[in-house]
Design a binder for this molecule. Structure first.
Ligand code: CAA
Length: 399
């Protein structure tokens, strides 16, 4: 007879399924086609010129990729997080400047609004954000937490939001904002009551065209050069009280809970960068000959490829597990941090080895591995550095 323990064990063994569903495979294929047809041609030139054309983002909107996980009631595609991970992975194999715009809108903006916004906020803002369009124009959002003196130490917000009764007045500067100039809507984290620490922080929906909002110049970056990164400043910006997300003082918890999902998106991006570099290195190792044979026949190269494939597979399993936990309403904080930590380290290591396998060709811009290596670096930094992920994991496993 089966005991409760053995029934649970039985279930946990037989519930494990590594097969993707038909729908997930279709989404992966759609993302692959978009990447090959729209992202690959001209990606080197766009990286050089630091641009992502708006048309590319509009095509993503048309595919339903800007609000993948948002429910269909609010303009979203109603897909699961695994599908989102698959799409992020495919696009990031080629162009992470595009995938980061998609990731921020999906995980940080739409998800945050769907889970913590009220009905009016969802109808007014989430619906066009999830569609990625309003009046036939691109309509996306940005997430404004980081500041010049509050990056990893995010509870120390200098941007303040003074409570004026029926509205708040926001002053301060936000840094490193993805979608900074293209976004129409900002989710802004700001301190209202400094005596209450992180419980005195609020989150607001701020329209970019509000008087007093100003967008700084585009950052000239090492990687993801096309992505739209700016500092945004707020001078006496009036925000109606109905644009506060959640109860008074919920802003920091809103940011943290939202970032957990964001970390799955960036883990998937890192996984894509690593996979893209690995696929290029594998193909090159079959073409390039030294000492009378293709270089993949040399053990030195074969060992590198074996290690790359193994690290990528472990990163993929961590990403899928975190996504699966999120889809099954389990606590995914630790898994998301582990996925991001491991996938971003994998991306950095694999891209460096991919350049090494390409030799001198890997060091020039015509061969994509050079760009992928530069793009990999940011995945160890944004949406929580690797050190912050270790803090999150360490605190959770020891509490
Ligand atoms: N999930 C849910 N809740 C969390 C959390 C998490 N991952 N991390 C912290 N919290 C909660 C805590 O439980 C605590 O809740 P209570 O209100 O119940 O007390 C609260 O947040 C405060 O946490 P701590 O006491 O642990 O605060 P701390 O100051 O010691 O540490 C931190 C906080 C974890 C270091 C946090 O500041 C952090 O995550 N920093 C990194 C910020 C970050 O990821 N920035 C990325 C910027 S966004 C970006 O890059 C977007 C882009 O454009 C690409």
């Amino acid at each position: 007879m089966l005991t409760n323990v053995s029934v649970n064990l039985y279930k946990s063994i037989f519930c494990m399924d590594f097969k993707l569903t038909e729908e997930q495979l279709m989404i992966q294929q759609a993302a692959r086609e978009f990447t090959q047809q729209q992202c690959l041609p001209g990606v080197i030139e766009r990286d050089e010129k630091q641009i992502v054309p708006k048309e590319q983002l509009i095509q993503l909107a048309d595919l339903g990729f800007l609000g993948m996980m948002a429910s269909t009631n609010y303009g979203g595609a109603g897909m699961d997080t695994i599908s989102y991970v698959l799409a992020m992975e495919e696009i990031s194999k080629v162009d992470s400047s595009v995938s980061v715009a998609m990731s921020v809108n999906n995980s940080l903006v739409c998800w945050g609004l769907e889970y913590f916004g009220n009905e009016d906020q969802k109808l007014k803002y989430l619906t066009p954000l999830a569609q990625g369009k309003k009046d036939n124009e691109l309509y996306i959002g940005a997430f404004l937490l980081s500041e010049p003196e509050a990056g990893s130490d995010a509870t120390h917000q200098h941007t303040n939001a003074v409570d004026m009764g029926d509205h708040y007045v926001i002053n301060g500067i936000k840094n490193w904002i993805t979608n900074g100039s293209t976004a129409s809507v900002y989710l802004v984290i700001a301190q209202t009551d400094y005596t209450k620490g992180h419980k005195g922080i609020n989150a607001f929906i701020v329209e970019k065209n509000s008087p007093g909002v100003s967008v700084g110049p585009k950052e000239n970056k090492m990687g993801i050069r096309g992505s739209d990164t700016h500092a945004i400043s707020f001078t006496d910006v009036k925000v109606p009280i109905e644009n506060r997300i959640g109860e008074e003082g919920f802003g920091f918890n809103f940011a943290m809970k939202t970032l957990n999902g964001g970390r799955i998106g960036i883990a998937a991006q890192a996984l894509g960068i690593a996979s893209g570099a690995y696929e290029l290195a594998l193909a090159y190792s079959k073409e390039r000959k030294t000492f009378g044979k293709p270089i993949h026949e040399h053990q030195a190269i074969q060992f590198k490829l074996a290690e790359m494939a193994t690290k990528i597979e472990t990163a993929r399993l961590l990403c899928y597990k975190a996504a699966w936990e999120k889809d099954n309403h389990l606590d995914y904080t630790t898994s998301a941090a582990m996925a991001k930590l491991h996938a971003s380290d994998t991306a950095m290591w694999v891209t460096t080895e991919a350049v090494q396998i390409h030799g001198g060709y890997g060091f020039v811009k015509e061969f994509h591995v050079e760009r992928l290596m530069r793009d990999a670096k940011i995945t160890q930094i944004y949406e929580g550095t690797s050190e912050i992920q270790k803090m999150v994991i360490g605190r959770n496993i020891t509490k």
